[in-house]
Design a protein around this ligand. Structure first.
Ligand SMILES: [Fe+2]
Length: 393
């Protein structure tokens, strides 16, 4: 598995990525023998007919065999599969759509800009944390919407039990532009510089921590801009270092595939799969997808730690030590890494949007900048409390 051409000393770098190696991976062809439970293979993507799988999903051993097949697709296969009619009750989808449209109208009236990671402002509407908002606004709709054994099995197939669902609505209007090819959370949401600081084995870990999915809220012909996908691209291990390179993006655009989706269909893919929302060239399809991002139960520490209060307690002595030259930069970084929260997520993306990058400022970055710039303790407390308040659910 090691690839000395790209992984030197345990790290990946964009300039060492090899397009020909990537091209040979994504040229693979899926065979029906690899996906015996699939209803069809369309454009190298396995498609499952969920109503026909109902009995299988209800029986423990058969369900496990199906989940093993889905896990193989995500890890070593095409990297993506479609569940036709995962939500066969279109009435409940329409109810949820109506709730989401009200939320969009209310949030835009309130002046929310809905800063979006990958889209230009104005071409789409985004609801952050559509999971909680639907649950609070319409609990009966929420119950019927998420009572989906197929979606439960898809999440469990990749992450095991006790997963954590989050969701975001993306509504792309006619004229909405295409995204650029990218990978998703975790490493896909970091800058190239930050991504390069994580060792190669963590690049392998990142896609195991989440499952990316989406539920179609309307019929979506290809011209409405369904997601462009490049099957097997998750197999390219240095892909988080490669995806911003122009030659990799060009290869993606040359070989990516799009499938039409019907209302109630769901799609799931490995978050390391290269993908991009397509351009909405339709005249009248307002493409609404509820994006599901499902996280591993394991993405948490064993103890809950009050890092906010630790930062406040440390600031005065830390600043004094820095001022007096008792701490080197490396030592200051080590203290901050031990005390402060070093990751941007989870956060409340309505209040804490990723302006100026893909990820909001971390507590550790705020503390470091405050020490170095010598702001007052009172100002530091205001900034830390403000950040903590923005991150609250
Ligand atoms: Fe994405």
């Amino acid at each position: 598995m090691d690839n000395p051409a790209t992984e030197q000393d345990g790290y990946y770098a964009a300039e060492r990525c090899d397009l020909s190696e990537f091209a040979s991976l994504v040229a693979r062809q899926l065979t029906s023998a690899e996906v015996p439970h699939a209803d069809a293979i369309e454009k190298n993507i396995p498609v499952y007919n969920v109503p026909a799988l109902a009995d299988r999903l209800a029986e423990a051993n058969a369900r496990r065999a199906l989940m093993a097949e889905w896990a193989r697709i995500l890890s070593s296969g095409a990297g993506v599969f479609v569940l036709k009619q995962a939500l066969p009750d279109h009435g409940v989808i329409d109810e949820a759509t109506a709730v989401y449209e009200q939320i969009i109208a209310r949030e835009s009236a309130d002046g929310a800009e809905g800063a979006d990671h990958f889209a230009a402002a104005g071409s789409n509407d985004r609801i952050w944390n559509s999971l909680q908002k639907l649950c609070i606004a319409a609990p009966y709709t929420f119950i019927r919407y998420f009572a989906s054994p197929a979606i439960d099995a898809a999440a469990e197939a990749w992450l095991g039990p006790n997963y954590q669902i989050t969701a975001q609505v993306n509504l792309v209007h006619p004229g909405g532009k295409a995204q650029q090819a990218h990978r998703d959370y975790h490493l896909g949401f970091q800058t190239a510089e930050v991504s390069a600081t994580y060792p190669a084995h963590v690049h392998d870990l990142s896609p195991l921590m989440t499952l990316q999915g989406g539920i179609a809220h309307c019929d979506m012909p290809i011209e409405s801009g369904t997601t462009k996908l490049l099957p097997y691209s998750q197999l390219y291990r240095p892909g988080y270092a490669a995806w911003r390179r122009e030659d990799f993006r060009a290869h993606f655009e040359a070989y990516c595939l799009q499938l039409p989706l019907d209302k109630g269909d769901a799609i799931f893919f490995n978050p390391a799969l290269l993908h991009a929302a397509g351009e909405n060239r339709s005249a009248d399809v307002h493409r609404m997808v509820n994006l599901l991002q499902v996280s591993s139960a394991f993405g948490r520490a064993m103890e809950s730690v009050d890092r906010l209060n630790m930062c406040k307690a440390l600031y005065h002595p830390l600043r004094a030590a820095w001022n007096a030259g008792w701490l080197s930069d490396a030592e200051l970084n080590a203290v901050i890494a031990a005390a402060a929260e070093g990751y941007s997520f989870p956060t409340n993306l309505d209040r804490d949007p990723p302006t100026g990058g893909l990820a909001p400022e971390t507590q550790a970055a705020l503390l470091k900048a405050s020490v170095v710039s010598q702001i007052s303790e009172d100002d530091l407390i205001v900034r830390l409390d403000g950040q903590a308040a923005r991150r609250r659910p």
